[in-house]
Design a protein around this ligand. Structure first.
Ligand code: SF4
Length: 239
């Protein structure tokens, strides 16, 4: 063999294939793939530092409900009677998000069916829509004991299902009912009286926070402000 010939032609390409940078790159891709698979198995919706969410365009609300199953992911399952997933149109342009089911909702398995629910129905009708044309749900799907506020761990466990519901529906506007829903969606500590009255954004969707119907029943003088909020939603040409 002529000295130096081993460095030419196919043999140098073979060497390049096994060169350290290429090996490192292959290992990096393997590690990244394993990391993404692991994060997905934990229920991650997007990767830290990424602005691009993993969406679920192929899902339906029925499939999200099946995935939720007879959920025991957080401690609220111990005291609930029924899961209150949500109801309304899968194509709704307007979604109402409350805090958590109450006693009536826990009994019937439907959102906003008590006195506060009746007021919400009247509010929906007042902007020319029916309950069947909008979608109504809550931050957590099970009633907290004695109607206490949902706790941080319970919200954190249940919220991915709200996110999936909203990804399926892709509404034009979300109406956050009450302090808890508004603060959770907007990741804010501000009071509802400071948040209401103007649009905010949740994952590219307009959010109008307003008073919870149960609060309006106790404080009827606040209905005028709630009506101002609803008029702004109406102005978005929701159909
Ligand atoms: S509140 Fe949500 S996460 Fe907790 S048990 Fe009910 S459905 Fe599951």
């Amino acid at each position: 063999m002529v000295p130096g010939h081993s460095d030419s032609g196919a043999s140098s390409m073979d060497k390049a294939k096994d060169s350290p940078p290429r090996k490192q790159l292959i290992q990096l891709i393997r590690d990244l793939r394993a990391y993404v698979t692991y994060q997905r198995s934990l229920g991650a919706e997007f990767l830290p530092g990424s602005t691009r969410e993993i969406t679920h365009p192929q899902l339906t609300l029925g499939e999200v409900r099946v995935e939720l199953g007879e959920c025991k992911r957080c401690k609220l399952h111990r005291t609930r009677r029924r899961i209150v997933f949500g109801e309304g149109s899968e194509k709704a342009q307007l979604v109402f998000v409350g805090e958590a089911p109450g006693e009536d909702e826990d009994q019937q398995g439907r959102p906003f069916v008590g006195k506060a629910g009746q007021l919400l129905t009247r509010i929906i009708n007042a902007i020319g829509l029916s309950r069947e044309e909008v979608y109504i749900t809550n931050i957590v799907k099970c009633r907290p004991p004695r109607n206490r506020n949902p706790q941080r761990d319970e919200i954190g466990t249940c919220e991915p299902f709200l996110r999936k519901q909203l990804e399926v529906i892709q509404p034009k506007v979300i109406c956050a009912l009450g302090t808890f829903a508004a603060q959770t969606l907007l990741k804010s500590d501000e009071r509802i009286s400071q948040l209401r009255g103007r649009f905010h954004t949740y994952r590219g969707i307009k959010v109008m926070p307003t008073y919870h119907p149960a609060f309006l029943l106790r404080n009827p003088y606040k209905k005028r402000e709630a009506w101002e909020d609803m008029k702004k939603i109406h102005g978005e040409h929701i159909t």
